[in-house]
Design a protein around this ligand. Structure first.
Ligand SMILES: Cc1ncc(C[n+]2csc(CCOP(=O)(O)OP(=O)(O)O)c2C)c(N)n1
Ligand SMILES: [Mg+2]
Length: 376
């Protein structure tokens, strides 16, 4: 491309490729650094668990959020501690990343601990569900996290009830529900959002459009390109965010959250992304057959960590040399090592992993307990 600017001119005037929006423009350099660390943390959770499984210390299916971390991090960052969330199988880090902004080791933080979440993944007696189920089937009323169900879109009606009650009690909490684009075809998705729209409930529905629902491509799930258009049918706003860009996610979700908190009702925010691997790790080999290799390569080409580093360098909040440190971006679990992550990220998650590995399994006689009221 022809350009009259010399190289030194360009160095003097770095041009951001992305203009911060009304909310992200107010983020401080410290916020940028925290966001980047959180992206690393979400990624490290993913690759560490895959490594743990490969070395035989972990059993059960893993549902990777690799390449989708900017959605988790960017959407949680703008919430107040008392806001509610309902993560699903793709958002496992969200359970311990909620309210991380108030201090990773803050005992009063309104999020689950990394120990609780790891114990859940390992199916140990110390997990919130005492190993009755694994992965995302957890929640915490105290920390304002709606218990995840296996029924896709099933947490949206629960979210409606939670915020309806909160409003009646004089609260102003917002609930962020996370959903894959495939789940938007569920009947309950429509019923719940219609209810939220009619009652102007503060429910923000995040659609993580990763282009696939198990083996079904997006074009066989919905006849329009933008899943945000689902909002039109309910007369509510439908926003679209670049799901690889944490700043854009933060902006669009913050706009939706402010709208909801002001009493204007629900909205949908579609975050466009790409599912980097199989539906779960049991599907990795099959997914490589049903998805064209060039589509996968293209889908993984905008790693959210790399996108954020590039923007931070352009904004002047990360030095070019610093951007070359901790090169986790673009690497799968088998290529990446602990040296590719900031030490505080490795240390923090390792505390959770070691807690889980050293926790006991529940006693066999617990198996029949708490199904019916004990003692009857
Ligand atoms: C009501 C319902 N139908 C089917 C399933 C089985 N199932 C679990 S995840 C999944 C695909 C979900 O795709 P999407 O909503 O796009 O989320 P993604 O996995 O891509 O993040 C399916 C079909 C389910 N859990 N609930
Ligand atoms: Mg999907």
């Amino acid at each position: 491309m022809a350009s009259t600017a010399t190289e030194s001119d360009q160095k003097k005037k770095p041009r951001p490729t992305y203009t911060p929006g009304p909310y992200s423009a107010k983020l401080t350099p410290e916020d940028h650094r925290e966001l980047l660390l959180q992206l690393y943390l979400a990624r490290y959770f993913d690759v560490r668990l895959i490594k743990e499984k490969k070395r035989g210390r972990l059993r059960g299916t893993l549902y990777s959020s690799h390449n989708q971390e900017a959605i988790i991090v960017g959407s949680l960052f703008g919430l107040k501690p008392e806001d509610w969330i309902s993560p699903i199988h793709r958002d496992m880090p969200a359970f311990f990343m909620k309210d991380l902004r108030s201090g990773w080791r803050n005992p009063d933080r309104m999020g689950m601990t990394v120990q609780e979440v790891c114990a859940q993944v390992w199916g140990r007696a110390t997990s919130p569900g005492r190993a009755r189920d694994n992965w995302s089937h957890i929640g915490s009323k105290a920390k304002h996290i709606i218990h995840s169900t296996s029924m896709l879109a099933g947490t949206i009606p629960a979210a409606c009830g939670v915020v309806y009650a909160d409003r009646m009690n004089g609260g102003d909490a917002v609930c962020l529900t996370f959903n894959g684009e495939g789940s938007t075809a569920q009947g309950v998705f429509h019923e719940a959002i219609n209810f939220a729209a009619v009652h102007k409930l503060p429910v923000v529905t995040v659609i993580e459009n990763n282009q696939w629902a198990y083996g079904t491509p997006a074009e066989l799930e919905y006849s329009l390109e933008d899943f945000a258009r689902r909002a039109d049918g309910y007369g509510i706003p439908g926003l679209i965010a670049d799901g690889q860009n944490v700043f854009d996610v933060y902006d669009k979700i913050s706009e939706a959250v402010e709208w909801a908190r002001a009493g204007k009702g629900p909205s949908i925010v579609e975050c466009k992304t790409f599912r980097a691997y199989g539906h779960g790790d049991h599907d990795d080999d099959r997914a490589a057959k049903y998805r064209p290799a060039d589509e996968v390569e293209e889908g993984r080409s905008r790693d959210p960590i790399a996108v954020m580093k590039k923007l931070m360098v352009e904004f002047g909040t990360l030095k070019p040399d610093e951007a070359k440190e901790f090169m986790a971006e673009g690497k799968g679990a088998s290529e990446v090592t602990n040296d590719d992550f900031p030490p505080q990220v490795v240390d923090y998650l390792s505390e959770g992993v070691e807690f889980a590995v050293n926790s006991p399994e529940p006693a066999a006689e617990e198996g029949g307990m708490w199904v019916f009221k004990e003692g009857h």
